[in-house]
Design a protein around this ligand. Structure first.
Ligand SMILES: Cc1cc2nc3c(=O)[nH]c(=O)nc-3n(C[C@H](O)[C@H](O)[C@H](O)COP(=O)(O)OP(=O)(O)OC[C@H]3O[C@@H](n4cnc5c(N)ncnc54)[C@H](O)[C@@H]3O)c2cc1C
Length: 607
């Protein structure tokens, strides 16, 4: 394959090269897809698109309602190629939990994919030595696992597993037309089986789910597309080789750098090489390939400088010279090259009382910086599964569909604040380490707690906690704005040290707390404790940074106003973050309450 000018637009779905097809031949499915003729004329749920979102939804539906008749129509022929199949290869805690525990796929993840060594960031813009710059990451595994997903291996497995569990999965089947019904009449879907000779077929379905990714069939048909103001772009490629950042530092030269991590295997992390206006991802794949991507804000790093492999390499030579050197010797192992001019998009509605829904990229997509794609698939699929189950039980779903739609949009909007207009500070070694701690405290403390403790559909609990959730949201918006201002004044010192998150006992404990089992009262107390934790953290962020930049006029009023307006006072005794099922005994201290009491949440992170 020539790789000098592979400027492929994946919106067209073209551009799989011969090297990746060769891989596909090595992966024979154990359970062949359903022949087109075996797809029933009527199903309970028809899922259009058998990618990550569609196949996992099929498994979740069958897990909850084993006798439900579920059909999946997937345009690609199976098995799909490994390695260079799709983007979306790094999972974080919610997605990992969804695949492993909700869908019961832990064995596959442990045996066929790579366990991720958390996320890791190097402030290496223009630097050849990553051991001479600030690194953010954990020196050991935290309690909750996540995985690096070779998407080809995973989708082949998901399709086999779906067939094994009784799903009617037809590959090489393209949906052509959708006839939606508002009344109780089934929807009608026209699709073309594999091969041009196959006459179009009609299938009717009580529920119709669009999981077609960016093809967005229902979104287009119903005019649901919504632009957002997050105009970033991404380019990526796969190399049939290991890009091991560990090998970039000579152990003789700097043994201490290697000894900092246990296991000494940073290559298993999702490594982010960051700079002003951009980040580069390095994700190892179980097939032996490595995924490399550049994600950037065009105001600072134009797409035209990286939209072919050659241009991306020239750009890397300037911005990430060590990576460029590592890739230079592997040019002949390039497997693909793709880009999105603008990857983020909104959608006005994703769930309907009229028995249709959108999941995955067919609905909303934020930004890949913290890999939330699988998280939002997990959340949307959980809502869809519950709507189907409620409908099946003969209950009215209009109100639930509306509330779930509002909740998903609210999680989306809150998470968007982490990314939008924040790319300029990604190259800031003073501010980004603190922002990462804030963002993860928000993620583990609130959204991940809702998912791990299975409270996404618990409308009574969510109603009770409305005030706390709104307060966290308001605080997050104010803190994100504050980071932007702080970065204007930051000294951007870039000392060669690891900001080690595993060495922050409260942060490690917050991660571990996701594994607790909580009754209703303990769950409510948990979210209140997280609100108190976020308040304490916000206070400490503004106190420390305004002190460090005294006289610079940092604008902390927005954060202070939200803190003054809140009602949940930071508490040193009442948190249940590490005493799951019962309130903590008076005076009982946990790593979290200890750190809050001493205003020491940012020790080890703050410069
Ligand atoms: C640059 C970038 C990086 C990302 N990185 C991550 C990451 O690290 N981690 C993460 O969790 N997420 C990431 N994501 C998001 C990730 O891509 C999504 O989470 C995931 O791939 C979406 O899955 P999906 O099933 O919605 O779409 P897809 O996986 O694209 O599946 C859609 C399926 O629908 C099929 N289809 C399309 N049209 C038809 C039709 N007419 N008939 C039948 N079938 C059809 C397609 O063939 C395809 O298989 C990233 C996204 C981007 C843009």
């Amino acid at each position: 394959m020539s790789h000098s000018d592979t400027d492929i637009d994946t919106d067209t779905g073209t551009g799989i090269d011969t090297a990746t097809r060769r891989h596909a031949d090595q992966v024979a499915p154990r359970h062949a897809p359903t022949p087109a003729r075996a797809m029933p004329d009527h199903v309970d749920v028809l899922i259009m698109g058998g990618g990550l979102a569609g196949l996992t939804l099929a498994l979740q539906l069958k897990g909850r309602m084993p006798d439900l008749v579920v059909g999946v129509l997937e345009r690609h022929a199976h098995p799909v190629p490994v390695a260079a199949h799709k983007v979306g290869e790094s999972s974080v805690e919610i997605g990992g939990h969804y695949f492993a525990d909700v869908l019961g796929l832990k064995d596959h993840l442990q045996q066929k994919q790579l366990r991720k060594f958390g996320f890791r960031f190097f402030f290496s813009d223009g630097h050849d030595r990553i051991d001479q710059v600030t690194e953010i990451g954990a020196s050991r595994h935290l309690a909750v696992p996540s995985w690096q997903l070779d998407r080809g291996i995973f989708e082949n497995f998901l399709a086999e597993e779906a067939v094994r569990r009784g799903v009617h999965f037809v590959d090489g089947a393209a949906v052509q037309r959708v006839g939606l019904q508002d009344s109780d009449t089934p929807h009608r879907i026209t699709w073309a089986p594999r091969g041009t000779a196959g006459a179009p077929r009609d299938t009717t379905a009580r529920w119709l789910v669009d999981a077609c990714g960016r093809a967005g069939l229902l979104k287009r048909q119903l005019g649901l597309a919504q632009d957002n103001a997050h105009a970033c772009h991404a380019v990526w490629f796969r190399i049939e080789a290991r890009i091991a950042v560990d090998d970039w530092v000579d152990p003789q030269d700097n043994p201490g750098w290697h000894q900092r991590c246990d296991p000494p295997a940073r290559w298993l992390s999702t490594n982010h090489l960051v700079g002003p206006g951009y980040w580069v991802w390095l994700i190892p794949l179980a097939s032996g390939s490595h995924s490399v991507g550049i994600v950037a804000d065009p105001r600072l790093q134009p797409l035209s400088e990286m939209d072919t492999f050659e241009r991306a390499m020239t750009w890397l030579q300037q911005h990430q010279p060590r990576l460029h050197r590592a890739l230079e010797g592997h040019r002949h192992l390039l497997q693909d090259f793709r880009f999105f001019k603008r990857f983020s998009h909104g959608c006005t509605q994703v769930f309907s009382e009229h028995r249709w829904a959108l999941t995955g990229e067919a609905g909303l997509f934020l930004d890949p910086f913290y890999s939330p794609g699988s998280d939002f698939i997990a959340i949307a699929n959980t809502y869809i599964t519950d709507l189907v189950a409620q409908d099946r039980a003969g209950r009215r779903i209009a109100q639930r569909a509306r509330v779930y739609d509002e909740l998903l949009h609210s999680f989306h909007d809150t998470t968007m604040a982490l990314y939008q207009d924040q790319y300029a500070l990604f190259g800031d070694p003073e501010v980004l380490p603190v922002k990462v701690i804030w963002d993860y405290t928000y993620y583990w403390g609130v959204l991940a707690q809702l998912v791990f403790h299975r409270r996404l559909t618990d409308l009574a609990a969510l109603g009770d906690l409305k005030g706390e959730l709104a307060q966290c949201q308001a605080l997050n918006v104010a803190v994100q704005a504050y980071f932007r201002d702080w970065s204007v004044h930051s000294a951007r010192a870039n000392p060669p040290r690891l900001r080690d998150q595993a060495a922050m006992p409260w942060f490690a404990e917050l991660n571990r707390s996701l594994l607790d089992t909580l009754d209703d009262a303990a769950f409510r107390a948990r979210i209140r404790a997280s609100t108190a934790l976020l308040r304490a953290l916000a206070q400490e962020i503004v106190d420390r940074s305004t002190h460090a930049h005294a006289g610079a006029g940092l604008q902390a009023d927005g954060v202070r106003d939200v803190l003054a307006g809140g009602t949940t006072a930071p508490s040193t005794t009442s948190t249940t973050l590490s005493t799951p099922a019962a309130p903590a005994a008076p005076g009982h201290r946990t790593p979290i309450t200890e750190a809050m009491a001493r205003a020491a949440l940012l020790d080890g992170v703050f410069p």
